[in-house]
Ligand binder design. Structure first.
Ligand code: ATP
Ligand code: MG
Length: 707
């Protein structure tokens, strides 16, 4: 079973695998540790990852990047709209309100969902891992930002399914980083807690995680973030400044010219990096627009002035994280920085100010997430022995459930109001299970939503569960609903069980000392309340009967044990439990049918890619044969062919070479195979004559040697 970790970046991805001796970051086809997150659609095939990056310049409209920012978001989401402005490919709103990516593929216009494209990227990463491990890869852990919503998490899982992967866990990137940091530390305190703040400022987002380390474990104390704050924001202020300057100075408006904008933005990013190491940086671009060369420069002081509002925003997630943990800065022992966006000196200054200490960069910033993911996969995998290390993850959101309830005392009991309860609050351990008890006479609905929507990109609604139908003997029956927050940080209603009580006159057995009234028909064995608590011991949901309209206490479902020495006569209560159907409606994402279709489509496209790769290989083989044979005919095969034979064959080889560049440039695999066979018909006998001679020579040499 494979143990693999994937860091799925906006710009680039890293694959780490666990081997017996440790975790290795593996190389892609181009022997690079980082694989660009790009899927390029071509006339005959797709080019993904490293191959995709090479095609981007030639084919920008069909080169899809930044899919991580597109998945699981509504088209109308303002954050998505802002991101789309800087992307060169076409995205429209699909019938379901989610984005559709338009490309030209195999000579036709095609549309794909962002999830499908992410699936393509993942299948490329899967292949990289498989080539390195020389084995099939299915089980894995994938890093995701802590701010990913339920829908975004589901989209990553769907993309993984499309790629033929089975994630054991979607792990928060910063938690993976914390794990990669902590597991190798041999000096963690046994009784004390070492608190470390991890800060990642990347290209487009910022994340903070404060974790407490003890010997053999880490506990996430807080996750905070700004989904839209990163290095690109600094590029943007520089861009605006230079665009305004050039308008005044050179009378050109780069906003009117897409190519000029792109070039200026790239130059600004470069300039920003220069400013990280120098107090002043120049900017020169030849022929930016209207044949005008532009020149400019900026001092670091001015850069910091115009970036003041961005720098101010950097503070927020830091302060929020501190506030959420309740820790004083003195109790943060170390600040570890990853992410290159934090290389701006003013950012480092803010980190130092907020935490009262210099941030450190001891982690391998580009690889720590992938390594942490592979470590977590190894921890979860039964086939791997890893140093005992427990990761106590914390849920970054608050999720509530709501339903319609009857207002107590209302006439006929028909008036309904919306009631809700917090089921998993922010900071809740992951994973976790909670039970809610409802008293209902028939099918009912439960909505799952974020309790605090202020910091969410879209509507707070996650899903609706229809629980029922069921039949109950009494007017109302008790239905226990089990809600799960799974390892991926996804919330769902897992099951519902109808519990009905009946009064039962116990069968009296005289000579036994004890008698059990609860029959073996109970679907749960033993105390089912305990089985509904989560793995980390969190108590049952507060929703239990607190919102129940008739307020009947939940107390009579424990197995009852009765002493029977004296004859028991009181009737006892028997509880029967029946599973109730639960139907799920998720607001967004692929349906099961769509997902299956996407899996099949991916298979088809992968096959096409493979055929094209093989075609290229066969074409190369023809070309290589032509060159090799031509050289040999004039060299070692010279004595084994007549002059006329050589001339004729050389002309034939030339003919094939010309064909390769003309009519045969774009042929089928079969055509190249046939061409090579054809050439070999004439070439093989020559080769044989040569071989026969050299073999004989070898025998003679050997004989002489023996003598
Ligand atoms: P994200 O985390 O948003 O998915 P990412 O992980 O790809 O993005 P990083 O590679 O951590 O992002 O950081 C990229 C950002 O860092 C870019 O905006 C880049 O311009 C910026 N950057 C890189 N080097 C420097 C530098 N020396 N000084 C300032 N900024 C830099
Ligand atoms: Mg990053």
């Amino acid at each position: 079973m494979s143990v693999v970790g994937f860091d799925l970046g906006n710009e680039s991805c890293i694959v780490a695998v666990a081997r017996q001796r440790g975790i290795d970051v593996v190389l892609n086809d181009e022997s690079k540790r980082e694989t660009p997150a790009i899927v390029c659609f071509g006339e005959k095939q797709r080019f993904i990852g490293a191959a995709g990056a090479a095609s981007t310049m030639m084919n920008p409209k069909n080169s899809i990047s930044q899919m991580k920012r597109l998945i699981g978001r509504k088209f109308s989401d303002p954050e998505l709209q802002r991101d789309l402005k800087s992307l060169p490919f076409q995205v429209t709103e699909g019938p379901d309100g989610f984005p559709l990516i338009h490309v030209r593929y195999l000579g036709e216009p095609k549309v794909f969902t962002p999830t499908q494209v992410l699936g393509m990227m993942l299948s490329n990463l899967k292949e990289i891992a498989e080539k390195n491990l020389n084995a099939a890869v299915v089980d894995c852990c994938i890093g995701i930002p802590a701010y990913f919503t339920d829908l975004q998490r589901r989209a990553v899982l769907d993309a993984a399914t499309i790629a033929g992967l089975h994630p054991l866990q979607l792990i928060h990137e910063m938690t993976a980083t914390a794990l990669a940091y902590g597991i190798y530390k041999t000096d963690l305190p046994e009784n004390d807690q070492l608190n470390v703040a991890f800060v990642d400022i990347g290209h487009s987002s910022m994340q903070v995680c404060i974790a407490g380390f003890k010997k053999g474990q880490l506990k996430v104390l807080a996750h905070t973030y700004d989904r839209n704050l990163g290095g690109r924001d600094f590029d943007e202020v520089l861009f605006q400044r230079f665009a305004a300057k050039f308008k005044e100075q050179y009378k050109i408006d780069v906003y009117e010219n897409a190519r000029a904008s792109l070039r200026l933005r790239a130059a600004c990013e470069k300039l920003k990096k220069v400013l990280s190491a120098n107090p002043e940086a120049p900017l020169n671009i030849e022929c930016l627009m209207d044949d005008k060369d532009v020149k400019g420069s900026i001092k670091r002081d001015e850069f910091e002035q115009i970036s003041a509002s961005i720098l101010e925003r950097v503070k927020k997630p830091l302060e929020k994280a501190l506030a959420e943990t309740g820790l004083a800065v003195e109790n943060i022992h170390t600040v570890e920085v990853v992410g290159s966006g934090s290389r701006v000196p003013a950012v480092v200054k803010i980190l130092s100010e907020v935490f009262g200490k210099e941030p450190r960069r001891t982690l391998n910033a580009s690889e720590c997430v992938a390594r942490g993911c592979a470590l977590e996969c190894a921890i979860l995998s039964p086939n791997f022995k890893v140093r005992e290390f427990q990761v106590n993850e914390s849920f970054p959101f608050s999720v509530s459930m709501s339903w319609k309830g009857t207002v107590p005392g209302a006439e006929n009991g028909v008036e309904e109001n919306q009631q809700s309860t917090l089921v998993f609050s922010k900071g809740n351990p992951i994973p976790s299970v909670k039970a809610l008890t409802f008293y209902r006479s028939g099918t009912f609905h439960v909505d799952v939503q974020y309790a605090d929507s202020t910091d969410l990109p879209e509507s707070a609604k996650i899903s609706t569960y229809t629980i029922g139908p069921f039949q109950c003997k009494a007017e109302r029956a008790k239905v226990k609903v089990k809600a799960r927050l799974n390892l991926h940080g996804i919330v769902s209603v897992e099951s519902a069980i109808l519990e009905e009580e009946e009064l039962e006159v116990p069968v009296i057995k005289e000579n036994t000392s004890k008698m059990e009234t609860d029959s073996g028909a109970v679907p749960f064995s033993g105390d089912d309340d305990a089985s509904m608590q989560d793995a980390k011991g969190t108590a049952n949901a507060g929703a239990d009967t607190s919102n129940d309209e008739n307020g009947v206490p939940d107390s009579v479902d424990k197995p009852v044990q009765v002493e029977t020495k004296t004859k028991a006569v009181a009737p006892k209560k028997k509880v029967t439990k029946t599973n109730v159907p639960v139907a799920e409606l998720i607001y967004g994402g692929l349906s099961k049918g769509d997902l299956q279709a996407a899996v099949e489509k991916e298979f088809e496209m992968a096959l096409q890619d493979r055929v094209m790769e093989e075609t290229k290989d066969k074409k190369n083989a023809v070309e290589a044969y032509v060159y090799e044979m031509r050289n040999k005919l004039n060299d070692k095969y010279q004595e084994f062919v007549t002059d006329s034979e050589r001339e004729q064959y050389t002309a034939r080889l030339q003919e094939v070479e010309d064909w390769l560049y003309e009519d045969g440039e774009d042929e089928t695999k079969g055509a190249y195979v046939a061409k090579l066979e054809d050439l070999k018909k004439q070439g093989d006998p020559i080769e044989e004559r040569y071989k026969e001679y050299t073999d004989r020579g070898a025998v003679t040499d050997q004989l002489m040697y023996c003598i």
